[in-house]
Design a protein around this ligand. Structure first.
Ligand SMILES: C[S@@+](CC[C@H](N)C(=O)[O-])C[C@H]1O[C@@H](n2cnc3c(N)ncnc32)[C@H](O)[C@@H]1O
Length: 156
C-alpha cells in the first residue's frame, strides 16, 4: 500500500504561518498528513488515532498513540500543547479537551464538514457551530462553506 501521506489540510498550512514551531497534538491523525507536515515545519508532534493500523508506517518523527477519543479524556495536563489539531473528526466533547490541553497563547486548529456539504450529517457541524466553540478565544482564521475551518488562539 502507498503510505505516502496526502497533502495537509489547508487550515494547518495556514496555522503554521501564524505561530512559531512548538509542541503539537494531532487528534484522529489518520495516516498523518497533517502531523508529518507539522514535523517538516519544525514542530514536535504527537498523533493520536483510534486505529493502530491506520497509523502504521507513519513517519517515525511523529510520536503516535492509540486511543479511543470518543471514550477517553486526553491523557495530558492542562496547557500542554502549542497547537491542537482536530481535522475531519467530529466528537463534540473533544473540543473541550482540546481547549483544556492547549497552552495560553497556543491554538486549536480545526476543519470539519458542515451541513452545507454532502457528508453524512452525523459528521457535520451546523453553520456557525465551530466558531461558536471558541467565542471566548481569539479567532485568527475563520472560513466556512462546505467545510468550517478555524484557527483559534487561547487567551494568554
Ligand atoms: C476522516 S479521518 C481524518 C484523518 C486526519 N485527521 C486527516 O485529516 O487526514 C478520521 C480519523 O478518525 C479516526 N477515528 C475514528 N474514530 C475514532 C475514535 N473513536 N478515536 C480515535 N480516532 C478515531 C479514524 O481512524 C481516522 O483516522
Amino acid at each position: 500500500m502507498d503510505r505516502t501521506p496526502a497533502q495537509p489540510a489547508a487550515i494547518v498550512v495556514d496555522a503554521v504561518k501564524l505561530m512559531p514551531p512548538g509542541r503539537a497534538l494531532d487528534l484522529a491523525c489518520g495516516r498523518g498528513r497533517n502531523a508529518v507536515f507539522l514535523v517538516e515545519q519544525g514542530w514536535s508532534v504527537v498523533g493520536i488515532d483510534g486505529s493502530a493500523a491506520v497509523m502504521e508506517g507513519i513517519d517515525p518523527r511523529v510520536t503516535t498513540r492509540v486511543l479511543d477519543l470518543e471514550r477517553n479524556p486526553l491523557p495530558y495536563e492542562n496547557d500542554s500543547f502549542d497547537m491542537v489539531c482536530i481535522i475531519h473528526f467530529l466528537h463534540r466533547p473533544l473540543f473541550g479537551e482540546a481547549r483544556r490541553v492547549t497552552r495560553p497563547g497556543g491554538a486549536v486548529v480545526s476543519a470539519i464538514h458542515t451541513t452545507r456539504s454532502t457528508m453524512n450529517p452525523k459528521y457535520t457541524v451546523a453553520i456557525g457551530e465551530l466558531r461558536s466553540l471558541f467565542s471566548d478565544w481569539e479567532i485568527l482564521v475563520d472560513r466556512e462553506d462546505q467545510i468550517a475551518e478555524v484557527v483559534a488562539r487561547k487567551p494568554a
